[in-house]
Write a protein that binds this ligand. Structure first.
Ligand SMILES: CC(C)(COP(=O)(O)OP(=O)(O)OC[C@H]1O[C@@H](n2cnc3c(N)ncnc32)[C@H](O)[C@@H]1OP(=O)(O)O)[C@@H](O)C(=O)NCCC(=O)NCCS
Length: 385
């Protein structure tokens, strides 16, 4: 590198690649100033009202809404690929029950590559089979680990239940209320895709090496597992319990602002207004509370949102997707440490869409770096160090 090009590269270096385009994509769009999120051009509000998670996955992956026959065929295939091989169940039995469900999921996603090892990335039938397998089996593996770590046998999927109802059934062995299943399905839609975030970038980098789709999903799951990406909704629940009452909200917010402590579930790198997904989730939470009883922390959450908007709204800090999702999942009887694996179940749709898009015009990712080390350093013999 010449001095001039080194200076230019240093000038252009953006930690975390903030604002640097990593790809061209037609999968989703976010306008953080206006609070817009669209999947393939369709506003998220419209999908949440009218679509289903699997239809949304089809839209994300194949680029257009399926016809009735196409959707039926897709749902049918996924329904009959939900079971996991007994060897994967046996492998899971060896996992420590104290292990985090995200680590279990990453291992299971990678293990699928052992069983479905044919790699034919230019064959549409192979692409379709991989999409079906991953969408079908990931929820089964999350639910199986949940049962096994409690010392129970996994519950077999039920072919008569749709995608979300079946997942909730495998977690509890009870057929869920239709409202609960629909709300869960909408939550999956809301989390299915969100442009170039860390796990999606990870998926695309892995995809660009032309490895198999199970490795692509496993690397994305590993990236999502970090507390700066998935996981904030778990912390929102801890924070609401810590605040405890509506009266404590204002002093809590003032204390956080004085001490420069982040309030969980607020703020977003892209959105500078309320995250559109948070508005949808708040409405869903209210529907659930109306039917199944109010969560004791809901009033605390509503007051917190009001006070944070008043105190930090001028900085563009408003509620994000994680603020209400924990309240919804709790009401559905889901344990807190499954919140991030559920995010992964949803995001598999987006990751697979990016996998397919990456393959269509692939160039292996090979960015550069700015070297800050020494040159021509002497090799010091071990006895002289
Ligand atoms: C999401 C997040 C990482 C985005 O961060 P970012 O775009 O890098 O914004 P910054 O951390 O640079 O914050 C910019 C300013 O807003 C403040 N701020 C950002 N989020 C805040 C929050 N949740 N509570 C209080 N203040 C916050 C910062 O302190 C900073 O203030 P300053 O300019 O006076 O120093 C950040 O808002 C956050 O940590 N939120 C809480 C965790 C969370 O909910 N994550 C889920 C995201 S979907």
């Amino acid at each position: 590198m010449t001095v001039a090009s080194e200076i230019k590269a240093t000038f252009e270096f953006k930690p975390g690649l903030e604002g640097v385009p990593a790809t061209m994509s037609s999968i989703s769009f976010v306008d953080g100033q206006k609070g817009i999120l669209e999947y393939r051009g369709i506003p998220i509000q419209e999908l949440a009202e009218k679509s289903t998670f699997l239809e949304t996955c089809y839209l994300l992956i194949w680029g257009e809404l399926p016809t009735k026959q196409e959707l039926e065929a897709f749902e049918h295939e996924i329904r009959y690929h939900r079971r996991i091989k007994y060897r994967i169940r046996d492998m899971m039995k060896c996992f420590p029950e104290s292990g985090h469900p995200m680590d279990a999921l990453q291992a299971c996603a990678a293990a699928l590559g052992l069983f479905y090892s044919r790699r034919a990335l230019d064959d549409p039938a192979y692409i379709r089979a991989a999409v079906v397998r991953l969408l079908a089996k990931i929820p089964t593996m999350v639910a199986a680990f949940q049962m096994m770590r409690k010392g129970n046998d996994p519950i077999q999927p039920r072919d008569d239940l749709d995608y979300s109802a079946n997942f909730l059934y495998m977690l509890t062995e009870q057929e869920p209320d239709p409202l609960a299943a629909r709300v869960f399905d909408i939550c999956l839609m809301l989390h299915a895709e969100h442009t170039m975030n860390a796990s999606t970038f990870s998926a695309r980098v892995t995809a660009s090496t032309l490895t198999d789709p199970y490795a692509v999903v496993a690397s994305a799951v590993g990236t999502l597992a970090g507390p700066l990406h998935g996981g904030a909704n778990e912390e929102v629940m801890t924070m609401l319990a810590e605040i405890g009452t509506v009266e404590n909200v204002r002093p809590y917010v003032e204390h956080c602002i004085q001490n420069k402590k982040k309030i969980m579930g607020f703020g977003h790198r892209v959105y500078k207004v309320k995250d559109p997904r948070a508005t949808i989730l708040q409405n869903l939470a209210e529907k659930l509370f109306e039917k199944f009883g109010r969560d004791k922390y809901y009033d605390v959450a509503v007051e917190l949102e009001k006070v944070v908007a008043e105190k930090l709204g001028h900085k563009g800090i408003y509620a994000n997707v994680d603020f209400y999702s924990g309240l919804v999942y709790r009401k559905l009887g889901i344990p807190d440490d499954l919140f991030t694996p559920i995010f992964a179940i949803a995001r598999v749709g987006g990751w697979l869409a990016h996998w397919k898009e990456q393959l269509a015009e692939n160039r292996i990712y090979r960015p550069t770096q700015i070297y800050t080390g020494s040159h021509q350093a002497p090799y010091v013999p071990i006895e002289e160090r």
